[in-house]
Structures are given as C-alpha cells and as structure tokens.
Design a protein around this ligand. Sequence first.
Ligand code: MBD
Ligand code: FE
Length: 283
Amino acid sequence: HLNGEVATAAASGNAATERFANDKSAYAAVKDTPPERVDLLARSVLDAIHETIRREKVTYDEYNALKAWLIQVGKDGEWPLFLDVWVEHVVEEVATDHREGSKGTIEGPYYVPGAPEQGARGSVPTREGEEGTALTWTGTVTSTDGTPLDGATIELWHADNDGFYSQFAPGIPEWNLRGSFTVGPDGVFEIRTIQPAPYQIPTDGACGKLIAAAGWHAWRPAHLHVKVSAPGHEQLTAQLYFPGDEHNDDDIASAVKPELVLDPRPQGDGAVAVDYGFVLDPA
Ligand code: MBD
Ligand code: FE
C-alpha cells in the first residue's frame, strides 16, 4: 500500500501500454516493416507454434487455456511486460552483437523519456527522506577510442526501496528516482541516488498467473536502468546490478550479464560508492 493506494498489475500494465503507445519512434517501425519481412517472420513464428502443438500433442483444453490467457494479457495491459520479460533479451543480443563498447541489456517496460536534467553532478529527484542505502556513482562516458564524450547524456531510472517505479505505481511523485545527467568536456558524471530493491513482477495479473501456473518465480535482481546517448554514437541501453543478489543468476527477464554487475564500496557510514563508466560505439 502506497499512501493508501494498492499497486495492481492492471494499473502498472496499462500505464506501460499507454507509455509505449505514445512512443513515436517505436510506432514508426510498425508501418516501416516491409511485407516480405512480415511474411517471413509471421510464418516462422507460426511454424514454431505448429511444431510445438504437434510435438507436444496440445489438447483443446490447453488451446483454450492459452486463448483465455492471451485475452487476459491484453486486458491487464501486460503485453509490454510479457514481451520485455520473456522476449526482449534475445532482440537486444542480436541488435548489439557488433558492438565493441560497453555491454547493454534490455530496456524493460518502465522507461519514460524527458526525466529532469540534473547536470553532470547531481542527484535524482527523490521524496523527502527517501528510504534506502545512499549510493554515490561516479564514472566517465567515452567513445571506443577513449575520447571523453562532451554532451553525453545518461538517463537513469530505477525502482525505490520497496521495488516500485514512479509513474507505474500509485502515490509516488512523477519523477521520483528518474533523472538525466549531461556531462561536460571531461565526460565525467557523479550521480547520487539510493540502491533499489529487487523487483517482483506483479503477481495479480496475467504474467503472474503464467508464473504461478508454471511454478516459476517472479523476481528480477535489484537494478539501475540507464540510457546513454552522445552525438554521433549508438545509444546504449543497460542495467546495472549489485553483487550477491540472489536473483543475479536466475533473473526472470534473463537480462543480467557479468559485465553489468557493479563493484560497490561500503563507505563506513552505511552509504556505498561505486565507479562505473560507459564506452559508446561510434554510429
Ligand atoms: C522491470 O523493472 C524490468 O526492468 C523489466 C525488464 C521487466 C519488468 C520490470
Ligand atoms: Fe526495471
């Protein structure tokens, strides 16, 4: 309960669906996919489904259970959640295979463009007395040749100490734990925030129902999301993780890579500091 309101799967799912529907560049791809490609991909996916039905001898009860579940995914607005948890990691793998710079990973459903600019050194907007371990994060944004990238921007978003994202759970200020940081000629940034809690996929919606029915767990390890952009360079979408998290090895979204695990240093006063920079590939 957040300020008396309950976070529901349908509310966060429908907010994520709405956010994606307003993403102009993502929607441009819908009409720009050539018919030959749509034909190839649609047939290929359908072939894989037909093959599964034959191999596993899928029954009418199972087919109807699937139909009911797919309808519920739409009603709960959970298509972004479903796709980003169980499909996006392979799209990301294929899309970034050629890169020499920093490893990235999936974006997930909760990015919102336009987070408030804080400069190269600053803190993300937080509530008064925001709960959680204080985290100071320093680093440099460079190109693959080592040149600092003047004007690079890091957009940061993450869950709070209860595992909730602003704009996708009730009772949280709009830009809480979301900020943009733009570096100067030295490429250096210093961000102050708090450590997020592990994130549990909503259990009361269609995705939660699949997880329960299959006997899976619903957890992602604690993570910080970033998008890093600089003129003339490919945008990097990444997440950073914390060592020792019990879900680093079995993330429901399969989005952890060893290169993305931070090495935080306890500061003695309960706070932690971490150094982690980004290397972008020229476009
Ligand atoms: C998240 O916070 C997330 O990062 C992903 C990938 C999926 C669901 C929730
Ligand atoms: Fe996330």
